[in-house]
Write a protein that binds this ligand. Structure first.
Ligand SMILES: Nc1ncnc2c1ncn2[C@@H]1O[C@H](COP(=O)(O)OP(=O)(O)OP(=O)(O)O)[C@@H](O)[C@H]1O
Ligand SMILES: [Mg+2]
Length: 286
């Protein structure tokens, strides 16, 4: 039975509906001419509409590969990914990725043109409609005044805001973010986390967010999936909606961070088993 938080009504919905995104027993591999690298091993999790679901684990545990698989760029070697019950087989405008790199915006287009382009091409909006939608979302990220600027004239944080506006403007079923704030300075990173949460309150989207920062996972996430080191297996899944930037210094927050740290880095035999057929579902800790 699934239990999840309904963000608007503040209700807990028990067993309610099909999850929006189902990652079911998914192993992911890279095949090179001489060897096969297993990036994740039989990972399962469910993301419900309006979740802020975080994939957390050490470098190389397959977080980015999992996100690419959900985006449709990497086919599972085993298992299945379903969005609204339909198997994911290819990329689509219902899943948009925001990456860590600041250079994800074509430099020859203005900020507004960057946001308009996928709306016209993938969503079929007219120029005028795309322009209106672009301005609406640029306003939401505080960049309406930079609509006619070119990306190279913006700071890293501003470029990430454009990438977020461009992604949200597409109204994806799931917004996929791969360490989007990792290359920012600490203050900007904090501000971007705050802004992302405000955008989520406002636009109520579903987020799948990758990070290797325990603090960021607790602040940004409503649920966190903990992955073991390479190849990534599910260690545990926990609720984190009670934490925010404001609670970051609290004893409860520190305690949760320490517990996650132990779960991530303790020896596998002490950790929750997650990859055997009988126990492949996540261990739920609250
Ligand atoms: N193109 C590739 N070819 C072969 N192996 C790859 C490729 N990309 C990733 N890998 C391997 O797959 C594993 C998972 O990589 P992935 O990038 O998904 O990890 P990650 O959790 O995102 O790490 P990080 O936190 O450093 O970004 C790693 O062992 C990596 O070496
Ligand atoms: Mg990565």
């Amino acid at each position: 039975m699934t239990t999840h938080e309904h963000p608007r009504a503040g209700l807990r919905v028990v067993g309610g509906g099909l999850p929006l995104l189902q990652v079911d027993n998914v192993s992911l591999e890279y095949r090179t001419p001489d060897r096969v690298v297993r990036a994740t091993h039989r990972v399962s999790f469910d993301v419900h509409a309006a979740d802020r679901f975080v994939l957390l684990g050490p470098s190389g545990c397959g977080k980015s590969t999992l996100l690419k698989a959900v985006a449709g760029f990497v086919p599972p070697a085993e298992g299945e990914i379903r969005l609204d019950g339909q198997r994911v087989r290819a990329p689509g405008p219902d899943r948009i990725v925001v990456f860590q790199e600041f250079d994800q915006l074509p430099p020859w287009k203005t900020v507004r043109q960057n946001v308009m382009f996928p709306l016209q091409r993938a969503r079929g909006l007219s120029r005028a409609e795309a322009s209106d939608t672009a301005m609406h979302f640029l306003d939401k990220v505080g960049l309406a005044g930079f609509a006619d600027a070119y990306p190279h004239t913006l700071s890293g944080g501003m470029k990430q805001r454009v990438a977020i506006a461009r992604a949200l403007a597409m109204r994806p079923k799931v917004l996929l973010m791969d360490e989007p704030f990792a290359a920012l300075d600490a203050l900007t990173r904090r501000r971007m986390q705050e802004e992302l949460l405000a955008l989520w309150e406002d636009a109520s989207f579903t987020l799948l967010f990758v990070t290797h920062s325990i603090e960021e996972a607790l602040v940004v996430g409503s649920r966190i999936l903990l992955l073991s080191p390479h190849p990534g297996r599910v260690r545990a899944e926990l609720n984190s909606h009670q934490f925010s930037l404001a609670s970051q210094g609290s004893a409860e927050f520190q305690h949760a961070a320490q517990r996650i740290h132990r779960t991530l880095f303790e020896e596998p035999e002490q950790a929750a088993p997650a990859a055997t057929p009988q126990s492949r579902r996540a261990t739920h800790t609250h």
